[in-house]
Design a protein. Sequence first.
Length: 336
Amino acid sequence: MYGSIKAAADALGIPRTTLQHQIIGARARGLAPGVTPAPKPFESPDLPDELPTAADLLAQRKKAFARKAAAREARKLIPITIKVDGPFGVCHFGDPHVDDNGTDLALLERHVQIVNKTPALFAGNVGDFSNNWIGRLARLYAEQSISAREAWVLVEWLIQSMDWLYLVGGNHDAWSGAGDPIQWIASHVGVRYTPNGVRLSLNTPNGRSITVNARHDFRGHSMWNPAHGVGKAIQMGWRDHILTCGHTHQSGYMVLKDPATGLISHAIRVGSYKTYDRYADEKGLPDQTVFVAPVTIIDPQWPDDDPRLITTIFEPEMAADFLTWLRKKRGYGKAA
């Protein structure tokens, strides 16, 4: 018997013990020829299994992947229809940290008002809406005069204050985990919030497409240039007109040209409204904030290789005045 089982196992290309277990199981189920299983003295019902079958799991996971793929592909470059003829602007707000004692809320409020009253001026934000201290950092709430619950009131005010072109999550926002309150607040006011960065295609009435690539941060740092990470992203292949981020509470600016296509890209690292920073004081970090809400003014009549296509102005009020003058000069007056 041993020899015949071994010979059969060798012929099938499986271990002898595997074949033996299969024969024993077949006999127990009455599948082996000439073997009738002994009747059991009792009957028990077949019970449903709480685990899904492999077929069920495969169907579920394929459906989940298809849903994720559709969502991710749709967000690779989000088309935005600009309904304003002629020049328009985008004010890129830096890290707000609305609940910090060192945050200049008066300046933040003034910039919000400038955007709201200026025709054809839109806005975006690069994240860190509040300190959102968690874990061992939660002890820092003892050093600020506003509670965590009150902080969310201010975050909600900021998100509801404008029709944001984009909102990007920062590392402080990510500390909330999957249940991000900003996602909930933004969804209830019809504002798109993207925790991990966003790329937009601003499609203008004259047929131009201006791409904006916004993240909380771009990888890469240099002691010589605060905008190094954003500029590196351009040089490594991101061919967008405007790339912007925040995070380091510094500001920096670079203009780079793609020699192959002539595309001029503007790399902007935005500072923070958190003017006085305990962490920076402890680490002895220098103040390298020049601007906290730069404005990129886009005149879509010009091609990608023309420096007049995008003009970057670092102060919102001056930018609003220039945009208003430029639109009047082009004959558009006030936006509809």
